[in-house]
Design a protein around this ligand. Structure first.
Ligand SMILES: C[S@@+](CC[C@H](N)C(=O)[O-])C[C@H]1O[C@@H](n2cnc3c(N)ncnc32)[C@H](O)[C@@H]1O
Length: 283
């Protein structure tokens, strides 16, 4: 264990990985995470995605690496992205493929990473529209800004920020997208409240995210390595949808639901790649 690898240093009290059976596991899954742990987890995520950003170019030349654009995106979408930009993608779906972004719309991408979805959105909304990418990892922002320069995309801006406290005024965004990010948040309720706050009345969000069909083991939930992989923090799908409804969204619709690891025969078989849309009602 090295001191540099911050996510190996999380000290989460009361590791109860020796579970005594199904019912006891279910109780343990409501893990209380303290503020210290929350900060460490955030630091781990930034550390991991910082490395991811700085090695994006290496992945392009690594023949074993298949960018998530190859797995999830259409041919037309891929044509917007040169290989070195696509190499930055780390999503688990294709929210824009089903979001129907329209000319002139204001789009925001939560956890924009290297900017892949922002560039596709920027093309769809055209010069009259605008795209804002939000990310909390400075190296990711650097990468996204470099990519924007490479592509010559002018109707996009990348801002440093946390999706639990979005730097954007109320009622100002037509469409919010997010690709494999909300699973990384320890305050998903805050994220959805913020989405509600900044969407225009009648606006919509379309997100792809990791969720589960059943509660995952508590040791997985507490593992920083599983968190950074969007697994440890994946919510149970029914609770996730209930949370969105409780916040006040309407017309919640599951657009795609796919087993994330079809080969798995253990808890990993509960992992789902979900794409979902919901609307902020008109006043
Ligand atoms: C799995 S990557 C996905 C990136 C991008 N959406 C894509 O599809 O390529 C997760 C991104 O979310 C960012 N992120 C994670 N938690 C965040 C938070 N609470 N606030 C803002 N950004 C966050 C990370 O820095 C990282 O860039």
């Amino acid at each position: 264990m090295t001191k540099n690898n911050s996510f190996l240093y999380l000290n989460i009290a009361g590791d109860t990985s020796d579970c005594c059976g199904d019912s006891c596991c279910a109780d343990e899954l409501n893990v209380e995470i303290t503020h210290d742990q929350l900060d460490s987890m955030t630091a781990s995520i930034q550390h991991y995605y910082g490395i991811f950003a700085t090695s994006a170019l290496d992945r392009v030349v690594d023949s074993k690496h298949i960018p998530s654009t190859d797995k999830f995106y259409t041919q037309d979408q891929r044509e917007v992205l040169p290989a070195e930009v696509a190499g930055a993608s780390a999503g688990c779906g294709n929210p824009l493929g089903v979001a129907n972004a329209a000319l002139g719309e204001i789009v925001m991408d939560l956890g924009s990473g290297g900017g892949v979805d922002c560039f596709i959105a920027a093309k769809e909304v055209g010069d009259e529209g605008f795209v804002i990418g939000i990310d909390m990892t400075p190296h990711m922002l650097e990468l996204a800004r470099k990519n924007a320069e490479k592509l010559g995309t002018e109707n996009v801006v990348f801002k440093l920020g946390h999706i639990e406290s979005i730097p954007q005024p109320d009622d100002t965004v037509d469409l919010i997208i997010s690709n494999c990010v909300i699973a990384l948040s320890q305050r998903k309720d805050r994220v959805f409240s913020e989405i509600f706050r900044i969407l225009k009345p009648g606006g919509r969000f379309v997100i792809s995210d990791m969720v589960t069909s059943d509660a995952i083991p508590s040791n997985v939930q507490k593992s920083p390595n599983e968190w950074v992989a969007c697994v440890g923090g994946a919510a149970v799908m029914s609770e996730y949808i209930e949370m969105i409804g409780d916040i006040g969204f309407s017309d919640i619709e599951i657009l795609k639901e796919e087993q994330s690891r079809p080969y798995a025969d253990d808890w990993q078989s509960t992992l789902i790649n979900l794409t979902l849309r919901a609307y902020k009602p008109h006043d």
